[in-house]
Ligand binder design. Sequence first.
Ligand SMILES: Nc1ncnc2c1ncn2[C@@H]1O[C@H](COP(=O)(O)OP(=O)(O)OP(=O)(O)O)[C@@H](O)[C@H]1O
Ligand SMILES: [Mg+2]
Length: 394
Amino acid sequence: MSHSSTSEVRVSTAHMFELLLDGFPDIIQSVDADGTIVYANRRAAQLLGYAPAELLGKHVSEIYAPEVLDKVRHGFAKLKTHGNLTVNESLLIDQAGNRIPVEIRSFAVYDEAGQFLRTFSILRDIRDIKELQNSLIHAGRLAAIGELAACVAHDINNPLSVIKLYLDMLKHELRDIANIPPAASDLFADGIASIAKASERIERLANHLREFSRTRENQSELVNLHQTLADALFMVTGKINESNLTVIKELPDAVPYVLGDASQLEQVFMNLLSNACDATKGRSAPELHIRITAVTEGTRRNHWAIQITDNGAGIPPEARDQIFTPFFTTKPKGQGTGLGLSISRHIVRRHRGEIQAVSDPGQGAAFTVFLPIADPATLVQPRPPADPAAPAAP
Ligand SMILES: Nc1ncnc2c1ncn2[C@@H]1O[C@H](COP(=O)(O)OP(=O)(O)OP(=O)(O)O)[C@@H](O)[C@H]1O
Ligand SMILES: [Mg+2]
């Protein structure tokens, strides 16, 4: 086997450079002293929507968004004198006018006399990174809201104990006051009873919220789904009442235990119930309802399924593939994070279960949560005697 000659090596090296530059996943370009593009790799043309030769001869300002041109000019001048430049974020503009955020690393090339010749730059498309950053900011904000909710829940207890204290005193005082007209006495009694009931609800909500936002390891306990569903319903009572919905619970008395984290499963049901409320918002369809049922058909052996059905707007066909994607939401800005279903799926899968959705446009939606049963042979949990959390009787 003969050795390659020097010229063959040179040719193949040049070819390799060509392959490298054109195959490189970032833009590589060179700009002369006037700011004219004298080289651009294939990725540049592809990202900016030009034919490869079209970029050559263009002024570099033509590929940047107008709002960053001042900075580009300034950066170019700095690059010429300093020899290199890094820009964490700038904005290119493609042929169709779309903005593409990029990170830029450049260096300058000079001749032997120190005269500036041209720049070489690598421009990296950072759209994905920015999206991830935004998601993280969003997630961070959510965590902060969770903490805030826990603090608020904690602080609610102080004024609440004052209310309860004076309520008790009022009750006693009233008993001792003679000569109150019967009508007024009834009014006082009713008023006191209502305040007591409302304070109890606030207390329960606050305690629940505190417990809910407590960060803790994943629990593995026997979960009574009757209780979990009742707790979830309790947490969304306000929303349900606001929507003028009826909740129809059609669970059998005996529901098997599942093994897992009750508070996380409660979060799943809360998300589903809350979505169902949102889906019925603004609709006057006859008898808006949420139905909670047990599913036996199509359920894997030793699994149990709970279905939450609503007769709201339904899931638009074009959204069906995306509803479990993090941050996907069709709700107006500020009203939905788009995390409810993705978190729910994550939780359910961690419980070795599955969550599925079906929906016909205009016919509402049904979400089914499949969960493995803790111990199919022995563990069956009867319905708690009173189910105070059900906001509206069927
Ligand atoms: N019961 C439902 N009926 C119709 N569409 C639904 C239903 N549940 C979910 N969706 C659709 O799925 C999308 C994603 O739901 P998800 O719970 O993940 O986020 P979200 O409800 O928009 O926001 P968040 O949960 O933070 O309030 C919703 O925006 C909605 O378009
Ligand atoms: Mg939701």
